[in-house]
Design a protein around this ligand. Structure first.
Ligand code: ZN
Length: 345
């Protein structure tokens, strides 16, 4: 995992159409029982092969074994009743019917550890595994038990830490926590969000990452983005706190987004997983476009610490588009590496 411009995607890839209906989130599985287990493994294997064949350096599972990046983890916990649904406002942006916290939350057994073990068996390259972050989990539920977002977040942080330690033991090199909620609830990020995240990452020898974004390219997110103005400075709230935190890597949007590149200065010293691929567009970037985005970032981060990546997950994209974007990402990084080698003479 060393060397300049080591590439990695944020997480999800489209699922094959025989496993789940493509181009949508929350897609139902088309298989059941043992056939589903085998189907998920075949899809994961294909996701690994596509990433390797297209030149990615750090490999992930493409989130092929989960329906949703937050809900699937919560489904495995006790204390949450999925039959009792309440409508709440998620990310302060759109209403959704969500499950209810009815008692103390706990993890009775590992959630993703078998899947991560399988991923480990499929590649010799470094592997990354994504988990939801505590605040984003809290923001996806109705809480009738703790009646405190902070208390519930600390419980989730403890549970996430159990899972993360077992993922590490299964051979995961980077544990990533997805915290899109960090771009919305700035006071909570300051008061307990970063602390809860550090609790989730506590004691890990694996590298730890936090992914903060403006969401998948779905309508509710695109409508919200239209209200944010010409410059998106949301990262300005979380980055100084993360710069002082124990997290090793910060994953952010950087391409076709209105995020001013100089905000990366606020996380100086951290590894920066920079989105150089727009996941809200079906246009496949050229290697030159990817290289240009990355080149702009080099003013604020050393190449050794820059991880070329995607703005967010690619689950809702057509498969051919996502695959094209994988190739564009590694080709863009290669272009910039060559350029840097030439400049050094
Ligand atoms: Zn994201």
């Amino acid at each position: 995992m060393s060397g300049p411009l080591t590439t990695a995607i944020v997480g999800s890839l489209p699922k094959p159409s025989w496993l789940a209906e493509p181009e949508k989130l929350w897609s139902e599985w088309k298989l059941t029982g043992e056939t589903l287990v085998e189907g998920k493994q075949d899809a994961l294997r294909a996701a690994v092969q596509e990433q390797e064949r297209r030149g990615l350096d750090i490999i992930c599972d493409g989130e092929q074994t989960r329906q949703h990046f937050v809900t699937t983890f919560i489904e495995h916990l006790s204390g949450v009743d999925f039959t009792q649904r309440e409508t709440v406002r998620i990310r302060d942006r759109y209403d959704a019917s969500v499950p209810t916290v009815v008692g103390a939350v706990s993890r009775e057994k590992p959630v993703f550890v078998d899947d991560a073990t399988f991923l480990r068996s499929q590649t010799d390259k470094p592997i990354k595994w994504a988990l939801p972050g505590p605040m984003t989990m809290v923001d996806t539920l109705y809480d009738r038990h703790y009646r405190s977002r902070e208390k519930l977040a600390w419980e989730f942080a403890r549970i996430l830490n159990q899972e993360a330690r077992e993922l590490e033991a299964a051979g995961v090199d980077i544990v990533q926590f997805d915290e899109p909620a960090f771009n919305v609830f700035h006071d909570e990020v300051r008061d307990w969000g970063v602390a809860a995240l550090e609790r989730a990452a506590e004691g890990l020898h694996a590298q730890t990452a936090v992914h903060i974004c403006y969401g998948y390219g779905i309508k509710a997110n695109n409508d919200w983005k239209a209200t944010l103005g010409a410059e998106w400075r949301q990262y300005e709230h979380s980055f100084p706190l993360l710069q002082r935190s124990s997290l090793d890597i910060v994953s952010l949007e950087g391409h076709h987004s209105h995020v001013p590149m100089e905000l990366i200065e606020l996380i100086r010293g951290k590894k920066v997983m920079l989105g150089a691929i727009d996941v809200a567009s079906h246009d496949v970037e050229t290697p030159e476009e990817v290289a240009a985005t990355l080149r702009n970032a080099l003013e604020f981060v050393d190449a050794e610490n820059l991880i070329p990546s995607t703005n967010c997950g690619m689950a809702p994209l057509p498969r051919s588009v996502a695959q094209g974007k994988l190739s564009a990402l590694s080709a863009g990084a290669a272009l910039l590496r060559e350029e840097m080698a030439t400049a050094r003479g």
